[in-house]
Design a protein around this ligand. Structure first.
Ligand code: ATP
Length: 298
């Protein structure tokens, strides 16, 4: 797949503070990339740089060949800000038709889009009466207008209930399915774990990790946990033999580097009938995120 978004070695200074440090990031057509990082890591600044709303130095940013802020780039990008604001006195339909006119696309799609984002029933109500989730849905309908090459979504699910989140990711999947490159800034790790193709983590203005979840896990070499369910009478003995920690009931927990996993499993298998069950628990995204975002990698 070809890259729609290319960011090469971008810097940004705010006064004496460097808020973007040599950022490199690519997003291909149809790819969903999560942008993670603590508060103040630089995610929103990077999105603004892509939109051409803030000046940057260093290398270059290209949106399907266009420069940030150019008329060409603006036509290719759809942006959903974290707090999406609309005219309160317009109805959802009126607002979307207005956006369609501004985007130079026909208004015919609007009814179908409102239906798609679950707002058909509320389309003729004033936006002032919408809940936060309904406003996010309207924002997403706007993103879907005109089939953007690149969608930038800043915390798209903040404040949404689980069903709305699920619906929103289903729509994001469709967007990617039609070839849009999608960049999602998020704090919701479990969501992006399941719903994105690649994860980029920012720390103090720098992209410190950028890969698939599987490869990030492999590279971080975080310890894995092995959970042994022992027969009640054997639990203490097994804990001693494996040098594990005796937990509630008859459970014994071990922690080991990935390279020792098979050796540990062989030792457990050799313990015979005293072992009833074994689970191997890979590091969760929270642990990986902490590893990269707090600099434990160094
Ligand atoms: N308008 C501004 N003026 C001065 N400094 C700013 C401005 N906007 C952002 N910053 C600073 O730039 C850095 C990056 O902020 P940014 O908003 O990009 O982070 P973020 O990763 O989006 O954080 P969050 O998760 O809280 O939204 C921070 O140190 C922030 O204080």
């Amino acid at each position: 797949m070809c890259d729609i978004l290319t960011i090469e070695h971008i810097d940004k200074w705010r006064g004496k503070a460097q808020v973007l440090r040599g950022v490199n990031l690519n997003v291909a057509a149809g790819e969903r990339v999560a942008l993670l990082g603590h508060n103040g890591a630089g995610k929103t600044t990077l999105m603004k740089a892509i939109l051409g709303l803030t000046r940057t130095g260093g290398g270059r940013i290209s949106i399907d060949g266009a420069a940030p802020g150019s008329a060409q780039a603006r036509r290719k990008i759809a942006y959903l800000p974290e707090s999406v604001a609309f005219h309160k006195s317009l109805t959802g339909r009126e607002q979307l038709v207005l956006f369609a006119r501004l985007a130079g696309v026909g208004r015919n799609d609007c009814a179908a889009l409102l239906e798609r984002v679950g707002l058909a029933g509320a389309a003729d109500r004033r936006i002032g009466t919408y809940s936060k989730g309904m406003r996010q849905r309207l924002g997403l309908a706007q993103v879907l207008l005109g089939r953007p090459k690149l969608a930038l979504l800043d915390e798209p699910t903040s404040g949404l209930d689980p069903i709305s989140r699920h619906d929103l990711y289903a729509i994001i999947d469709e967007l990617a399915g039609q070839g849009t490159a999608v960049l999602i800034a998020s704090h919701s790790l479990t969501e992006v774990e399941a719903r994105t193709d690649r994860i980029a983590i920012m720390r103090r203005g720098e992209v410190v990790a950028d890969d698939t979840l599987a490869r990030l896990t492999e590279t971080a070499r975080l310890p894995i946990r092995i959970r042994v369910e022992a027969a009640r009478e054997s639990a203490d003995l097994i804990a001693t033999k494996l040098d594990g920690t005796r937990m509630n009931g008859a459970r014994v927990d071990l922690v080991c580097p990935p390279s020792q996993k098979m050796e540990q499993l062989r030792r457990i298998a050799a313990l015979g009938d005293g072992v009833l069950d074994v689970d191997v628990i890979a590091p969760r995204l929270e642990e990986l995120y902490r590893h990269y975002s707090e600099g434990e990698a160094q």
